[in-house]
Design a protein around this ligand. Structure first.
Ligand SMILES: [Zn+2]
Ligand SMILES: [Zn+2]
Length: 270
């Protein structure tokens, strides 16, 4: 069992089977997630594998921990970037994924321009427009407004019959309340409360407005000067009685829906 705890599920994510009505969700830190669908499509959002913020921004923003997986063993089909900040469109992470996989790279114009500067070939990059729908293999998603940078965005995925909202970086804005129309099941929300992002109580406010069934916190615990104690989140969400899931990094969580309830299975025995 101890050996298993030392293992990253990311490197071998291609080998993990995904059933008919489920998908794998794996958190790789900050706002980075990997999704694997029933058909085996692997999508990666905002991978941040390096120490770029400290290196380029000069802030006291060293990583508190490093990923376990070896990036050359990671082969996503699609990489989505939500905006052009260093921990979301990372000039050190993206070229590595590009080199070691056949992934396509999508992002809003600001991210797209960075990708072009990284000399990615035209057939592997795509500019995302706001309020558009996209389909890549069996993954469907919409790009939605996020109040953060000029062209930052969130993503609303439809996977099987589950609607998953990734807020991206955003502050609380009444425009976000309109997403109630999407009947969101799961909201992955920033909680750091700095640099124009939702704090813990704003994330709770948004979750309640959208009547989501499950909230997963992100954007904490990685960068020294831009984090929040996750216990603040846990305490408030318990008090407000909002269903939530604090994920361990680099672990596969199998997500499904049954009779309108979201089910989460670690399947750690595998
Ligand atoms: Zn940002
Ligand atoms: Zn950020």
């Amino acid at each position: 069992m101890f050996m298993h705890e030392e293992e990253s599920h990311i490197e071998k994510i291609e080998d993990y089977k995904v059933g008919q009505n489920e998908f794998i969700l794996n958190w790789i830190g900050q706002t980075g997630y990997v999704i694997k669908t029933t058909e085996g499509t692997i999508v990666c959002i905002d991978p941040y594998y390096s120490n770029s913020i400290e290196r380029y921004d000069g802030r006291p923003s060293r990583r508190m921990w490093y990923n376990k997986f070896i990036i050359e063993n990671f082969h996503p089909d699609l990489v989505l970037c939500s905006h052009d900040h260093l921990d979301h469109t990372d000039p050190e992470t993206l070229p590595l994924i590009y080199a070691f996989s056949d992934a396509k790279f999508y992002g809003p114009n600001s991210s797209y321009q960075h990708m072009k500067n990284m000399k990615m070939s035209d057939d592997r990059v795509k500019k995302l427009n706001l309020n558009n729908s996209y389909k890549y293999k069996d993954v469907e998603f919409k790009t939605v407004f996020a109040n953060h940078t000029e062209d930052s965005m969130g993503f609303i995925f439809e996977i099987n019959d589950i609607t998953l909202y990734f807020t991206g970086d955003t502050s609380l804005d009444s425009k976000l309340y309109e997403y109630k129309n999407y009947n969101i099941d799961i909201m992955i929300s920033c909680i750091n409360g700095k640099y124009n992002n939702l704090n813990v109580s704003e994330a709770a406010e948004l979750a309640e407005r959208l009547e989501v069934k499950l909230v997963i916190p992100m954007h904490y615990g990685l960068v020294t000067d831009n984090t929040v104690n996750v216990n603040t989140f846990i305490n408030l969400f318990k008090k407000e009685n909002i269903n939530h899931l604090v994920m361990d990094v680099e672990k596969n969580y199998y997500i499904s829906k049954n009779e309108n309830k979201i089910l989460v299975d670690r399947k750690d025995y595998k």
